[in-house]
Design a protein around this ligand. Structure first.
Ligand SMILES: [Fe+2]
Ligand SMILES: [Fe+2]
Length: 212
């Protein structure tokens, strides 16, 4: 059934509230370290570092919800809407896993999440306005950058933090698939200055979320 504009905005508001209130539930089980792997106790220092990195990753997933939501609202292509919704569901898993891990580490999500969500939503809407191929190109580039970023976290996370590492590794492979799917759906390559601006914005966001 076709949703009215009001219905769509109500759905969007519901997703925003769920994302920001910590009420997200994963459909897939939380990735865990291979069976039989010893789980060493983390030092206070290691916990702090893992907490900061997982907070950054949680912010990334808050932004992913906003971006996919905004782009699903912006497109009139039913197939593309469905694809965005599918990817957004996997991003909900990421959101729930990182949130759960933050709790286990005795840490908290970013205090600025409403701000990140709002900003990412506006950027997603703007990308959506430029047409589906640009919008998909934006998804391709975002997911590729996130994949590289998660790769760097696998190098920085404490070797002993097997639980966080298992989550980040699964997220990295999901993001790579999201990029491929958006590419196959017709996403174009964005110009280098746009990609550079996106990297810069991501650096500001990750740098801030490490602490706040
Ligand atoms: Fe994700
Ligand atoms: Fe993704």
């Amino acid at each position: 059934m076709e949703m009215s504009l009001v219905d769509r905005w109500i759905c969007g508001a519901e997703v925003a509230l769920r994302t920001l209130s910590g009420g997200s539930r994963a459909e897939r089980a939380t990735p865990t370290a291979p069976a039989g792997a010893a789980a060493p106790e983390l030092s206070a220092e290691e916990k702090r570092l893992s907490g900061a990195l997982m907070r950054v990753n949680h912010v990334g997933e808050v932004c992913a919800q906003a971006l996919y939501q905004a782009q699903a609202v912006a497109t009139s292509d039913a197939g593309l809407k469905a694809q965005m919704a599918r990817a957004a569901r996997e991003e909900v898993d990421h959101l729930a896993w990182t949130e759960q891990r933050l709790g286990e580490l005795g840490d908290r999500p970013s205090l600025l999440n409403p701000l990140w969500y709002g900003g990412a939503f506006l950027i997603g809407l703007a990308a959506g306005r430029l047409g589906d191929r640009v919008s998909l190109g934006f998804v391709v580039e975002t997911e590729r950058q996130v994949e590289r970023h998660l790769e760097s976290h696998l190098e920085r996370l404490p070797a002993a933090d097997l639980a966080s590492r298992a989550i980040v590794a699964q997220m990295r492979s999901d993001e790579a698939e999201h990029a491929v799917a958006a590419r196959l759906a017709g996403g174009i390559d964005l110009p280098a200055p746009v990609r550079g601006a996106m990297r810069l914005a991501a650096r500001v966001m990750t740098g801030t979320a490490h602490y706040v």
